[in-house]
Design a binder for this molecule. Structure first.
Ligand code: ADP
Ligand code: MG
Length: 696
């Protein structure tokens, strides 16, 4: 076996099992930590670092300084001093001798013996005209001096019961001695200098064994940059590939087509809507698929923009599919489309789960035969047996309710243009990462004529007052939502109100003079549709429901929303719910009921009463929850971030994005010789999903 602890020639791709100190059993433990190869091990970064000060000679010690010295233990003694047990050691080097004491140091009797070489660090004091250290930190160095003090400082690794931090450190150490052969630099010297980055090799050495805080900071900066850069480069290339390697049918626009579409809307489009439409029209005019995210707060008018795109597709003799996450939403979309398209020749259908047998077969045949122009439906649409004759555009509403995978499956059928709509405002950080391969259009301002929404967090003592207030609004022919976190009460949690029980209570008791409907996810789909339709038509005054009404439901006459157990909901969800009101000119009221001592929940509810701005709320939410929960890179088909954090390292992220996009622009296939190391690293991270492997 080689003295440096490697059993064979090392490479980044070598399984860790072949490192000294690792066998099949330990390799399994490493695998659980996500470490398969030497390259993974190098990226298994410490979670913390300890620093030992530079050791000085005993003869140079000064009182009151904090110092470290290395010396040999001359003698030890354990005794009582003023009734306190005390362990005492005398330590020497070639320049002097010096006393160290530990109060209550009985445990040291087994650890420190004369003859050992130890390193101690702590504050130097003058005691009876002699220098001494009291209760210093110490490490025993190897008897033969073969271990340097640095061996004992450095990284603290996230460890498990079966693999300690110390062991990981020992295993990684010999790998660090080979960084020269293992690590290839990504960037040229002038770039590193300009960007204030150290070399990749130093960065990896120092992240595991930093000499001091400054080196550690430099190492972190470089490795974070690399991680973010590779992610951004991957996203950039994915987008480039999407644009240049898949074909879509370009849609032509003309003034006639444009004005014919606009005539369908009984209002003038807002500036934001027009801006988004022109971006979409430009995208769809190209022979490569559009891949665009349309963002806008609830009620901001996204549906209109989407319908414009659908009609443009139809005008170009191509079909459009509109997909919503739930049947209710799909129905809602279909209804508003029907409203806008009344009297139009555009052939449109709603596909529901209830549609079966012969009827379904007939419909599918029509779609496959090109006799239908616009198909609206749920995920059911994605389930494979629907064939389009010439699908030109796919519109996906509320995409995060779908998995990315489903989206990908749909894409494979053909390469239609794709427009994803979301009412969840995506903070800048996420727009640049999780959704970094989409182009983004934003509707920032809602159409005019929207009343304010006033939000209050109501104290439980004011509940009956709140009910009286609601009664007044109901008498004035307004409608109200009552939203609950649960369908039925859970016993352990009986102070959280539930929809079915409260529906009985409200309709039988509190608001017995009004008509009150109940809506929740366990009801049959036909029944749900019926209740929604009754509420929409004003046959119901109050709708008691669970979060099934969260998205898209549009009843402008509903101007009151009560949210019970509001602390059970996330911030984004509360904002979505509230978006159901404030849809007409009248003032709306959102009343939150919650009793909680949880600081995060309180902060959420206070934010709700303070702001109506979805973007502001989303940023706040991201801060409260941290990126981890909301943002899983893996879920978006990206490698995990191991050291960078998109919130804390936003500046570095922006810089990495800029540099990566520049590289995509100048060398989209990374064929230039100076990019070969980057290309290799990228392949290792993304596999060949970027299509880089095709090119030698
Ligand atoms: P979103 O899909 O973003 O929630 P919608 O497109 O459903 O929003 O629009 C919400 C409401 O605003 C609808 O009732 C719609 O008729 C209306 N609306 C949309 N655009 C305009 C506009 N430019 N002017 C006036 N009303 C509009
Ligand atoms: Mg909508």
């Amino acid at each position: 076996m080689e003295p440096d602890g490697l059993k064979s020639e090392i490479s980044l791709g070598m399984p860790v099992q072949y490192l000294r100190g690792v066998g099949p059993a330990r390799a399994k433990v490493f695998a659980q930590l996500g470490v398969e190869t030497v390259g993974d091990l190098l990226e298994y970064y410490p979670r913390d670092w300890v620093f030992m000060p530079q050791a000085v000679k005993i003869g140079r010690l000064m009182p009151n300084e904090t110092a470290a010295i290395i010396g040999q233990v001359e003698s030890t003694d354990y005794h009582s001093y003023r009734r306190q047990p005390m362990f005492e050691a005398t330590i020497s080097d070639e320049t002097g001798i010096f006393r160290v004491v530990w109060f209550h140091g009985g445990y040291l009797r087994d650890q420190l013996r004369p003859g050992q070489v130890i390193m101690v660090s702590g504050k130097v004091a003058l005691y009876k005209r002699r220098l001494q250290m009291t209760n210093p930190k110490f490490v025993v160095l190897d008897e033969e001096h073969s271990r340097s003090p640095e061996y004992f400082s450095g990284g603290v690794y996230p460890a498990t019961a079966r693999l300690g931090s110390r062991q990981i450190k020992q295993i990684i150490r010999p790998v660090l001695d080979r960084l020269d052969v293992l690590i290839e630099e990504f960037y040229d010297k002038s770039f590193l200098k300009k960007s204030n980055l150290i070399s990749r090799k130093d960065a990896l050495a120092w992240i595991h064994l930093p000499g001091d805080e400054k080196k550690l900071a430099q190492a972190k900066r470089r490795l974070k940059y690399d991680e973010l850069f590779l992610m951004q480069l991957g996203l950039g290339l994915r987008r480039y590939r999407m644009k240049h390697f898949s074909e879509a049918r370009p849609c032509e626009i003309s003034e006639t087509i444009d004005s014919r579409i606009r005539k369908r809307f009984p209002f003038l489009l807002t500036e934001d809507q027009n801006e988004c439409i022109s971006q979409i029209v430009a995208d769809m005019g190209r022979p490569e698929p559009m891949n665009r995210l349309l963002q806008g707060d609830v009620g901001s008018g996204k549906t209109v923009v989407a319908l414009y795109a659908a009609l443009l597709s139809v005008a170009n003799k191509q079909q459009a599919a509109i997909m919503a996450p739930t049947e209710i939403l799909a129905g809602q979309h279909f209804l508003s489309i029907e409203r806008y398209l009344k009297g139009s020749k555009v052939r449109r259908v709603l596909i529901t789960g209830g549609l079966t047998g012969k009827k379904r077969a007939e419909l599918l045949a029509k779609i496959a035969g090109g006799e239908i122009d616009i198909v609206v439906g749920t995920v059911a649409l994605l389930q494979g047996d629907i064939e389009f004759r010439n699908l030109g555009l796919v519109i996906i509403d509320e995409q995060h309710k779908f998995g990315v995978e489903q989206k990908a499956r749909l894409r494979k059928q053909t390469t239609p243009h794709c427009l994803v709509m979301t009412a969840t405002p995506i903070p800048r950080t996420l727009a640049m990462t999780a959704f970094g391969d989409l182009d983004v259009s934003i509707i920032r301002h809602s159409p005019p004529g929207r009343g304010d929404v006033i939000t209050r967090w109501v104290d439980k003592r004011d509940r009956s007052k709140a009910y009286e207030f609601i009664r007044e609004r109901l008498k004035a022919k307004k409608q109200a939502y009552f939203v609950y976190p649960r369908i039925t009460a859970v016993e352990q949690d009986s102070d959280v109100r539930a929809a079915t029980d409260e529906w009985k209570h409200l309709s039988g008791d509190v608001f017995s003079e009004f008509k009150i409907g109940l809506l929740h996810g366990r009801m049959a789909s036909a029944k749900k549709q019926e209740v929604m339709s009754d509420f929409r038509k004003g046959r119901l005054d109050v709708l008691v429901s669970t979060v099934v009404i969260e998205v898209g439901v549009d009843v402008p006459n509903a101007t009151v929303m009560v949210i019970e157990g509001a602390d059970c909901f996330g911030l984004a969800q509360l904002h979505q719910l509230r978006g159901r009101i404030g849809r007409a000119e009248a003032k709306s009221y959102c009343l939150l009921f919650a009793e909680t001592d949880n600081d995060v929940a309180r902060s959420r509810l206070e934010m709700m009463t303070r702001s109506n701005d979805g973007f502001e709320i989303a940023e706040h939410d991201l801060k409260l929850r941290g990126p981890g929960e909301m943002f899983s890179t893996r879920q978006h088909g990206l490698p995990d971030l191991k050291i960078a954090n998109i919130l804390d390292d936003f500046d570095l992220l922006a810089m990495a994005r800029r540099d990566a996009l520049e590289m995509v622009r100048t060398d989209p296939m990374l064929t230039k010789d100076e990019h070969k190391n980057i290309r290799r690293a990228l392949l290792a991270k993304f596999g060949d999903s970027l299509g880089l492997a095709d090119v030698a």
